[in-house]
Ligand binder design. Structure first.
Ligand code: GAR
Length: 205
């Protein structure tokens, strides 16, 4: 199987995935890294790892669908089977989601459905929750919404700061995202309504 990672910023989750492909923890080919931000560190990381990259910037488009249409064309050209969002800060159009049904996954730095959006860690911390965490989920047309694959919780201690929580959350992300990708690759995820059942044995496609 061949997949693409979408990233808009730092790309630390992308890096964890690149490393996991290298070590064989993820048994699939990372065929294309896409970014909507030409200054993103994610693109640099991909280039350094010798992975093909594509960057399209939304300001050169008049509407979301034509932007997503060009990305889909590139994904089909590269024979991409599934898409992994790793800090991709744009909402995919319903058109895009239909092109990869049940084949797009995302990571979010909170326990969904709480604290959706672009600053989940900060929102949870300033709200004062005692427990936050990380969610990996299938993507549908709504933001941070589709069926949940994995979640891991993290207790917020009285001496934690926003920075310490960010660090702990990213550590969890870098550990569980490659695991979730490999579960997908092994065909072990079955969606039943809002629920995702994780099968015990690999069911290779
Ligand atoms: C990650 O914390 C990811 O969970 C979050 O963006 C960060 C990207 O960091 N995604 C979202 O908030 C999606 N709503 P990275 O670029 O270093 O991987």
């Amino acid at each position: 199987m061949k997949f693409s990672v979408f990233a808009s910023g730092n790309g630390t989750n992308l890096q964890a995935i690149i490393d996991a492909v290298k070590t064989g923890e993820i048994k699939a080919e990372l065929g294309l890294v896409f970014s909507d931000n030409k200054k993103s560190l994610a693109l640099k990381r991909a280039e350094e790892a010798g992975i093909k990259t594509l960057c399209l910037e939304y300001r050169n488009y008049t509407n979301k669908q034509s932007f997503d249409r060009d990305i889909v064309i590139a994904l089909k050209e590269h024979e991409i089977d599934f898409v992994v969002l790793a800090g991709y800060m744009r909402l995919l159009t319903p058109y895009f989601v239909e092109q990869f049904p049940r084949r797009i996954i995302n990571i979010h730095p909170s326990l969904l459905p709480s604290f959706k959006g672009i600053q989940g860690i900060k929102d949870a911390f300033t709200y004062g929750v005692k427990t936050t965490g990380v969610t990996v989920h299938f993507v549908d047309e709504k933001m941070d919404h589709g069926p949940i694959i994995l979640q891991e919780s993290l207790k917020i201690l009285s001496n934690d700061t926003l920075e310490s929580i960010e660090e702990k959350i990213h550590k969890i992300e870098h550990r569980i995202y490659p695991k979730a990708v490999q579960l997908f690759v092994e065909g072990r995820l079955r969606i039943k309504g809002r629920k995702v059942i994780v099968l015990d044995e690999p069911q290779f496609f």
